[in-house]
Design a binder for this molecule. Structure first.
Ligand SMILES: *Cc1c(COP(=O)(O)O)cnc(C)c1O
Length: 455
């Protein structure tokens, strides 16, 4: 693209576009990157620069950009129809996709309710879970109106999904608007004062058990990101926590709602995070990677038990009055179907386990560096937490973190930070070579910015 056209876009970008999660007062002072195209693991901007997509275009991309097969699935669907409503009629791709989603998710899940963003999938899960109890017995379960949630949880940005979230920096301002929940500690060992992971897991589970013993009659369900709390900075739960939560939900008869919007579809090295601990949730939320990173689609899957509680012979009774205009859109469902087909055909899960081993080894090597507080992750979801000093754990100052991110971009690697935490959430199909390159660029920049160090 010629420079004039690029400059023109830069000006119009500032004049017309309000960017998400962005302080525009700061953004406007920097030269923005404007993406023009993508191919495989790379993004190309309007100045002709090429970047390795180390954050999978916000954790969504599965097979790489501009995948011929995914493109074709969209074109093929377009030749039939782009959209007709799922209200009062059905459509072919949404039926076929629902069948596939039920097949690949844990066996407890039998029904698929579509929406278009992760936030909506969570919003639906919350409303469904709440109504489930009211449908069963409005008198007996009259008091049920709260969820147990995890501190530092992230479930999206609508008021309902913010209500079950727990990130103060994003959520505090809306305190007067959100509904009350019961928040428990997030099992992040690095950020805790516990002596061992076992002790931490035991202690938090005991606390949850106590709450449930006293207040189960007020509680609808437990909402959590299983295994890794993503948006907070990739807080990894130790083994046994997820299973422990499931057992407590069963013991006290409350619903288990897992938000796999970020961790689903192979991200953690298993198809779904629940599979790491053989967990069978009542409700599961999916989004992000579900269309291979092509189009907005989300889904809320439920058990037969929940679905059955909404059945009636009258429209006015027990019905779930929720739906979005584009629920079950044909094009998004068609590309999601092809995403699943290719995921299996290309044996992506096996490949992720191999590339994960490389990423893990390379990043974990950095943990002795004086400014690296912690290295953690699973699958292709890793974080390096940078600190001023290992002893105090004080976060590394943000200008330095931003310089590191900026320097990585200059060398052709697009990664993001969550405060002082550098995150690596690459395209799932990235080759071993590309994953190595990603870790190498970061290491090189880290050593240049924070001082040389012999590992
Ligand atoms: C991204 C995310 C969401 C929100 O999804 P949107 O599509 O951005 O609304 C919800 N839950 C988790 C765990 C996420 O990572």
């Amino acid at each position: 693209m010629n420079l004039q056209k690029h400059e023109d876009l830069v000006n119009k970008n500032l004049e017309y576009v309000w960017h998400p999660f962005t302080q525009m007062g700061v953004y406007s002072k920097h030269d923005p990157i404007i993406i023009e195209k993508g191919k495989g693991s790379y993004l190309y901007d309007t100045k002709g620069n090429k970047y390795l997509d180390g954050y999978a275009s916000l954790w969504v991309n599965v097979h790489g950009h501009n995948d011929k097969k995914l493109n074709k699935a969209i074109h093929k669907q377009l030749d039939n129809i782009a959209h007709s409503t799922l209200l009062g009629s059905s459509n072919i791709p949404s039926i076929e996709l629902a069948e596939q989603l039920v097949r690949i998710t844990p066996e407890s899940l039998k029904k698929v309710f579509y929406s278009d963003t992760g936030s909506a999938a969570v919003e639906i899960a919350i409303k469904m879970a709440y109504q489930y109890w009211k449908n069963l017995d409005p008198v007996k379960y009259a008091k049920k109106n709260k969820f147990i949630t995890l501190h530092n949880g992230y479930h999206g940005d609508t008021i309902g999904s913010v209500s079950v979230g727990g990130i103060d920096a994003f959520h505090k301002i809306f305190n007067d608007l959100i509904f009350e929940n019961i928040q428990v500690d997030c099992p992040s060992f690095y950020h805790s004062d516990y002596e061992s992971e076992e002790e931490m897991v035991e202690s938090i589970l005991t606390h949850i058990d106590t709450i449930l013993q006293e207040r189960a009659d007020e509680i609808v369900g437990f909402v959590m990101e299983p295994l890794i709390q993503g948006a907070t900075g990739l807080f990894v739960h130790p083994a046994g926590f997820l299973k422990g939560v499931e057992k407590l939900c069963r013991k006290h008869n409350i619903l288990l709602i897992v938000d796999e919007v970020a961790v689903g579809f192979g991200r953690t090295g298993q198809m779904f995070a629940c599979y790491h601990e053989d967990v069978k949730p009542d409700i599961m939320c999916l989004g992000k990677t579900i269309t291979g990173g092509y189009l907005p689609l989300a889904a809320t899957l439920t058990s037969q038990k929940i679905y059955d509680a909404f059945l009636s012979n009258s429209h006015a009774e027990k019905t779930f009055f929720h739906g979005h205009t584009y629920t079950g859109n044909q094009i998004v469902c068609a590309v999601a179907l092809e995403n699943i087909r290719l995921f299996e055909k290309r044996k992506l899960l096996k490949q992720i386990q191999q590339t994960s081993a490389i990423l893990s080894k390379k990043l974990r090597k950095l943990s002795t560096h004086p400014n690296v507080g912690d290295v953690r992750g699973r699958g292709l979801m890793y974080a390096v937490e940078l600190v001023e000093s290992k002893e105090t754990g004080e976060p590394l100052n943000i200008p330095t973190v931003e310089r590191i991110i900026h320097e990585c971009k200059k060398r052709g690697l697009m990664i993001r930070n969550l405060e002082n935490i550098i995150t690596f959430v690459p395209i799932l199909s990235m080759s071993k070579k590309e994953v190595k390159k990603m870790a190498d660029i970061f290491t090189e920049v880290l050593l240049e910015e924070l001082g040389q160090y012999e590992f």
